[in-house]
Design a protein around this ligand. Sequence first.
Ligand SMILES: O=C(O)CCC(=O)C(=O)O
Ligand SMILES: [Fe+2]
Length: 373
Amino acid sequence: MSCPCCRPGGDSCDEEEDEEEEEVGSFDMSMMKDRVQYLVDSGIREIPAAYIRPLDERPLDMGLEQIPVVDLSGIGGKDRQSLRKEVGKACEEWGFFQVVNHGVPKKVLDSMRNDGRAFFALPMEYKLQYACKPGVIASEGYGSKMLSKDEQLLDWRDYYDLHTLPLSRRRSSAWPDDPPSFRETVLEYSEQMKLLAEMILGLISESLGLPPSHLREGLGEPSQNVSVNYYPPCPQPELTLGLQAHSDLGAITILMQADIAGLQVKKNGRWIAVEPIEDALVVNLGDMMEVMSNGKYKSVEHRAVVNGDRDRLSVATFLDPGKDCRLSPAEGLIDEKHPRLYKEVLFSDFISAWYSKGPDGKRNIDNLILSPV
Ligand SMILES: O=C(O)CCC(=O)C(=O)O
Ligand SMILES: [Fe+2]
C-alpha cells in the first residue's frame, strides 16, 4: 500500500502497470536522505520535524492485548461450521484476527523474515539500486514515503514492495539478488500467502451466507503485493509513528510480524496494541471487503509504532481486486431490511482517489457510502 512507492494495502494502478521497465542498477545517491535507516545510521539524537506527529496522533504507552485468535486446523473437517462462525464473529466485531495452525510452513515464514532483514542490513549503495521511482504511484522496490506529495508527515519506516501476482505483473529482476535466496524466498512466500488468502476468503464468504467462491470471484483477476516493512530503532519513538493510521484498501491483508510488538488496531475509538503470537499471522479486512459485505464487515484503522532500541520487521501481503474490477455489495446481502449501503466502484478509480488524498483514517471508503434515502 504508498508512493512514490508502496502503500498500506494498495495495489496496481494504471501508472504502475504502464511503467516502462527500468534498468536496475542506475540510481541517485541523493535518494538516501529519504531513507529512515540513513537518518538512524547518521547518529541523530532528535528526529526531524517532518516525522513529528501532532499530539493527538502520538502513540500512548499501553499494555498489549489479544485480538481474536482463530485456529485453522479444523478447516478441512467437521469443524468448518464452527470455524465459519468464529471467523464471522471476528470479522464483525474486529475486522482483525490472528490465525494459528494456518498451514504455512515455519521454514517459509523464517526465510521471509531472515531474507527481509538481510536485505535491509546491506549497504545503502546496493539497496538504492532497487529504489522506487519517485513520483510513480505504487512503484515496486525500496522506498520510504507513503505519498509523492512534498507536504506530508513522514513515517518512521523503510520498505520493499514486491509485485508478486498475477504473473503478468511479476518482474523478479526488480527484486534484490542479495541475499542470494531472496527471490526464491519471495516466490515461495507469495504462493503460500495465495493459498492461505483463498482459504480465508472462502471462510469469510461462507460466514456471510454466500457461496464459498463469491468473494474470490468478485475480485476479478486479483493482485498480490508483498511489502516488507522495516522500522529502524527511533531516538524519540514517543513523537512519531512507524506507519500512520490507515485502513488497507484492498480485500484482505495477511501480516507476519515477529516477536516485537508494534501493530495497533482501533476499536471503539481506542487504540489497542496487538500482542504478537509466535508464527501466527494477522488477517485484516480491507476497504473492498467492507463494500462487498455491504458494511456487515468493516475495514479497520490500524497503525504501527516504533521502538527506542529495537528495529522491527513486518511483512504485509495484500490481496486486492484487479484494477479493472468493479466492486459492489453482494446481491445476496441486500433485501428490504438491508438496503444497499455502498456505491459500485472501479478499483483503479478507488486507488487513484486514495493516492491523491492519502490515508487520513477511513475518509476514502466513506466517499462510497450512499446517503440514506
Ligand atoms: O507493520 C505493521 O504492523 C503494520 C503494517 C501495515 O499495516 C501495512 O503494511 O499496511
Ligand atoms: Fe495496513
